[in-house]
Design a protein. Structure first.
Length: 245
């Protein structure tokens, strides 16, 4: 039997206007689309006529195996992630599953707009110099390692983007991250919080590192904390790159 193909697609933050044409084309070309329930809902009419594999959080490995098996059986399959599939998305585990199965599949990873890019655009220009992205979720990474990375980011004066900053079951990590970064930068350092970036209900707020815990932050939020040179102008955060004006 001739094998099919597996697309691993980043659909962006959720709004159709921010999905790349390449991502939309891959979905259109697929017989089967697999993904997390909430992400599939964002695709709307793009799923018409498709076979759907939908599952919840914690089912990522199973989802990848089902998608790879369908592609090995001859289907053209699209495995979707929000944002960019290669940034805290499904690309890594999907490729590991394909390698484990030695399926010899044709696999194509299609990039998307990640939350850091969406949030940065809404906040102005906070990522104009070196930055790092750190997830505060300790489900798969020990907190001690996350804390070490926060210390190193602070010491290096990186702008810091925080993914997964807070949820109902993860309430202490943002406060601890703030305390770590306060060892290395001033309390008035600009901080931005974007909720539902690129989706319905989008909200953008600018505060400071000292006041960060007073902002509304949840699992739908991306937090950006400036470096020692970042400043607030009107309703924007700007991180200078070093150009002389």
């Amino acid at each position: 039997m001739e094998k099919g193909k597996l697309f691993i697609v980043g659909i962006g933050p959720g709004g159709r206007q921010e999905m790349t044409p390449r991502a939309a084309a891959a979905i259109a070309a697929s017989d089967l689309v697999a993904g997390y329930h909430s992400y599939l809902k964002l695709l709307g009419d793009l799923l018409e006529g498709k076979v759907i594999i939908a599952s919840g959080m914690g089912k990522e490995v199973e989802r990848c195996r089902r998608a790879a098996a369908a592609a090995a059986a001859g289907s053209t399959v699209c495995l979707v992630s929000s944002g960019d599939a290669g940034i805290y998305g499904m690309a890594g585990i999907a490729l590991q599953v394909v390698a484990e199965q030695q399926a010899g599949l044709a696999v194509e990873v299609i990039p998307g707009v990640t939350a850091a890019s969406t949030a940065a655009a809404l906040l102005g220009a906070p990522l104009m110099h070196d930055f790092c992205v750190i997830s505060l979720s300790d489900l798969l990474t020990p907190w001690a390692l996350i804390a070490k990375r926060l210390h190193l980011a602070g010491e290096g004066d990186f702008v810091v983007v925080l993914y997964n900053p807070r949820s109902r079951g993860r309430t202490r990590q943002l406060a601890q991250a703030r305390e770590i970064l306060l060892h290395y930068r001033q309390g008035e350092t600009p901080a931005g919080v974007v909720r539902h970036g690129g989706r319905a209900g989008e909200a953008v707020g600018i505060t400071t590192l000292a006041e960060l815990l007073s902002a509304r932050v949840d699992m739908h939020s991306t937090v950006i904390i400036g470096n020692s040179r970042s400043f607030i102008w009107q309703d924007k955060i700007i991180t200078p790159r070093g150009y002389e004006l």
